[in-house]
Design a protein around this ligand. Sequence first.
Ligand code: FAD
Length: 543
Amino acid sequence: MTKQTKRANQLLALARNSFDVIIIGGGVTGAGIALDAAARGLQVALIEKADFASGTSSKSTKLIHGGLRYLKQMDFALVRETGTERAVVHRLAPHLVIPEKMLLPLIEGGSYGRFLTSLGLKLYDILANVEGEDKRQMLDREETLIKEPLLKADNLKGGGYYAEYRTDDARLTIELIKKAESLGALCLNYMSFQSFIKEGEDVKGLVCLDTLTGDSLSCYGTKIVSAAGPWVDKIRTSDGSKTGKSLHLTKGIHIVVPHHKLPVRQTVYFDVPDGRMIFAIPRQDITYIGTTDTNYGESLDHIPVNAEDVRYLLSAVNATFAIEKLNVDDIVSSWAGLRPLIHEDGKSPSELSRKDEIFESPSGLISIAGGKLTGYRKMAKRVVDLLFDRLDMEDPGCTTDQVKLTVMPYSDHKAVMADIALLTKLLAEKGVDESANIARYLIRQYGKKGIEIASNLTVDTDDQEEVLLLAELTHGLTSESVHKVADFLVRRTGYLYFNLAKARKYTPTVAGYMKQYYGWDESRYQTELQEMHNLISEAVTFA
Ligand code: FAD
């Protein structure tokens, strides 16, 4: 199908069909609900006002984790759920949810003493059914320094060494969207909810705005679900149902430095003097550091990384690691996101529960907020269970623990590693530079599709980097709903965060290619360039 007809057909289908459920919001929560509902046979539509994962679901710490810190809050149910879910999500997408060892250094006067850490991690193993090599190990001071020689030794007492998973939140979301689509869901980005269509008191449809064209469109569904993350209260307000509990938004930022500036060997989860803990996570050629947790009441669409946020993270790193002092000039990228938490009187941002909550309004609107990336599947299950109840339809039951997340899924981590080795060999035989790095990147990003994307690369190619990038872009345009330059350079590839120099270098190439592909006029092309330049500049400017 050509580029024009695919979206045109989607728009027609959205306007003409009546759905069992329409979901507002294409972050991980909405995408998870769309997949679960489609897998149970419902007619599903999902609308996202900007790009899929452009809200919080591309701004997290990118860990699929059990939430060790919730043990401190005695929230055993949450630890058990997220702890068990880690293994499930890893099994569903082993190329994208990757085992990662974590080191928790124990320091004089730190959050966790040796006894508590040992007990906490043990409990964590039990609650989350952790087995074999992944079980926690308690290290003495010397063993800790062997694992991570960069740690300052003076107040170090030992460490806890345990297993979690890392991911790419935006790619996890797009894989959920694609899988939902393959099961019949209609998922549209750049389609914004504007107002409700009601029959009597009940919501039965939505007036939407196609933000790519400015056209309005109405669509109809027996049930409407709002999975709009930080925007949930705005949507409850337009329904007139924002009573009782409300959201409490807290901001979290991450900064990115070249790996050689903070060359940690594995993820380190370390203390900050104010009693919080933050991560330093190595990834490709960079290390990213985060996060903060501060109250937020400004624009939901433009979340700044402030100089104060940056100072907080830099001083925590400089106090923990024996490295040449990091300063603002070392930062090569950053991002900021909002946690859509549920307000609890008298609690500080870090004390607020990360539990999700469902609100049902008198109009029948179902809203879900709170929660974690890690728990997206269970959140979706709760919403879809409720949908079947309200639709009064026979529920075939949730099957998403068996629905693998790509069209050609991997059986397990070993199969992923085998394909990385195979692709490395193929690329090396063709004489492609940095074959191992390229193979690892492509398989982690795209699964088995990565092999197809690499197929045009040869030693004869003048600019291998550009050929590869355009192969990725073609895949994004044809299979991953890329409509704007930033969709590709920020969320499908993560280049803005993890390789900003590459995002900057190829912005004109990507915009030029998309201009031809979509037949953009000069004004749209210039707007795209400007938007991308603004994002690049904001990622390294801190007011
Ligand atoms: P969002 O991703 O914000 O999605 C909501 C979507 O609704 C948006 O894309 C928005 O554009 C859309 N929308 C809003 N209004 C409209 C409208 N009118 N019409 C159509 N669409 C609309 N969790 C973990 O498990 N692991 C972590 O490591 C982790 N780290 C985190 C670090 C930080 C700093 C933050 C802020 C959160 C972190 N989380 C983590 C939590 C996790 O990221 C969030 O719980 C999750 O991404 C929320 O997803 P969501 O889909 O509910 O919201």
